[in-house]
Each structure stands twice: as C-alpha cells, then as structure tokens.
Design a protein around this ligand. Sequence first.
Ligand SMILES: Cc1cc2nc3c(=O)[nH]c(=O)nc-3n(C[C@H](O)[C@H](O)[C@H](O)COP(=O)(O)OP(=O)(O)OC[C@H]3O[C@@H](n4cnc5c(N)ncnc54)[C@H](O)[C@@H]3O)c2cc1C
Length: 289
Amino acid sequence: MYPARFEYHAPQSVDEALTILERYGDEGKVLAGGQSLIPLMKLRFASPKALVDINRIGGLDSIQEDNGFLSIGALVRHKDCERSDALKGRYGVLGDAAPQISDPIVRNLGTVVGSLAHADPQGDWGSALLAVGAQLEVASSGGTRTIPLDELFQGPFTTSLQPNEIATAVQIPDPGARAGGTYLKLERKVGDYATVGVAVHLAFDNGTVGRAGIALTGVGHRNLRAEAAEAAIVGAELNDDTIKAAAELAAEAAQPRSDERGSADYKRSVVRVFTERGLRKAAETAQAA
Ligand SMILES: Cc1cc2nc3c(=O)[nH]c(=O)nc-3n(C[C@H](O)[C@H](O)[C@H](O)COP(=O)(O)OP(=O)(O)OC[C@H]3O[C@@H](n4cnc5c(N)ncnc54)[C@H](O)[C@@H]3O)c2cc1C
C-alpha cells in the first residue's frame, strides 16, 4: 500500500525544523531513519499531514564525550554504534546491542534516537539506554529540556515527547573508570525482534557495585527496569549468591505474555538466566576496563 498524501519538508537547521513542526501541531512528524515511520505510513497506521525530515541538519551525527556525558546525536545510525570504539568497554552494553538490531539494511538507516522516540516495547535501545541511566536532550521553539529515560517511556509506542519537540541527542552519564556491561538477546532467527532481551550495566566503586542498571526487553508493555534487582547488588560484592538473588528479582520484575515467541514462563526463565549471565560478563568487562 502507498502512504496517504503528505507534505515533505527538509530543513537545514534544528531551528528551522522546529518552526515547521510548530506550524503543524500534532499533524507533523519528524522523519529520521524512516525504518519505523515509513512502514507505519504505508500500512496507513500513521497518516501525518507533514514530514519534517531532519537528515539534512548538520551536527547531529556524532558520538562524543563532553561535560561528563557520552552524547549520541539524533542522526547516529545503528551501524555507527556497531563500529564505534567509544561504545566498547565501559559502555559495552551499547556496543553489544547495536549489531543485534535487525539486519544491515535497517542498521544502515535507523537511528538510536528514533528508536527511543518510537518506544517499541521490543526495541533493544530502550533497555540498553535505561540500563546506563541515559537521558534524552530535547529541543522545542520554547527552549531545551532533558527527559530521563525512566520518564520517557509511557507505554507501548507512547512517550512524553511533545509533537513540537525534536530529540537532538541521547546522553549517557560517565560511569567512572571501572564499568562494564552487556546486552543479551534471544531471537527466533537472526534479524528478529527480541523474544527476550536483558541489558546489564555495572559501575564499581572500591570493589563493590556503585551503580547497577538492569533493563528488560519484550517482557512488558514498555522497556522495564528491574529496580529491585539493581538495588540488591548496589553496595554489595558480586558473588554467586548476590548474582543469583538479583537474577531471581529480575525474573520477578518481568511482565511477560505468552505468544508465538514463547510462553510467559519460558520468557521469565530466560530473563533469570540472561541476568545471571549478563552480571558475570559485565563484572568481567569492568575488571578489564
Ligand atoms: C524489518 C525491521 C526490523 C527491525 N528490527 C528491530 C530490532 O530487532 N530491534 C530494534 O530495536 N529495532 C528494530 N527495528 C526498528 C528500527 O530499529 C528503527 O530504526 C527504529 O525503531 C526507528 O528509528 P528511525 O530512525 O528509523 O526512526 P523513524 O522511523 O524515522 O521514526 C520513528 C518515530 O520516531 C519519531 N522520531 C524519530 N526521530 C526523532 C527525533 N529525533 N525527535 C523526535 N521524534 C523522532 C518519528 O516521528 C516517528 O514517530 C526494526 C525495523 C524494521 C523495519
């Protein structure tokens, strides 16, 4: 099917894009990689009056460390993350997630920030970036604001972004010298959405866990943080007992539903196994950092 008729704008600056968005209210849509929006338009699940294509705006395509944050711009593609040295080691959960997203065609065009704005509960970036405690940098004609990811995801395909706002970057706080993480994803075949995904990120402070991030994909109505599991290991030494206890709590935090990808019990059990495996791998990476 073809999309419904729409107007197309290709502004050259964020300010210009914001002025156009303001004009259309909730009938305008930002176009980034188009990997989610265009299929929705073709199926007529979305029929925006206007598309504001941000691909010609300069300065949104870099990954850089600045002011205590690692910043991933709104035009950074999945493939850029796959190839970036900045997303290894301390930010390993992000580097591990990137190559597990779909196939090379989607990874060449789709953006990290677009994934967050799309808020698919089966999106991999949502969990990876919740685990590292990220925030979204957002611009509107009224100024800029930041939205912690915990406050961004409201439900399936629903965020706290307003129609007149553009997310310009996602920012990750520097986790310190001893940090590491990983993203484990179970998929039915290569390129599929997650049956279950578990993101783990750990930052160590004098041998104990200073900060823990554990987030789950595909087992809830949005990407979920396993907060009780995180709390159970903060301040603790990681050993078999604490790892197993945290994995149990993560499984309890999951809200899976039985579907064609597997039963709810099976998915919960995968969360337990992946959390345990993820914590061991994150600790190993952090020791090597
Ligand atoms: C076949 C296929 C398989 C896929 N498999 C996976 C997978 O395994 N894992 C996974 O995580 N994802 C998967 N995806 C989704 C993919 O990651 C998309 O790239 C991503 O969801 C959207 O990013 P985008 O840049 O293409 O956004 P677009 O499609 O351009 O936009 C998506 C939504 O976000 C809004 N938006 C985009 N950028 C901004 C911005 N800067 N500010 C405000 N709003 C914005 C748009 O208005 C739109 O509502 C798959 C997609 C396809 C087509």
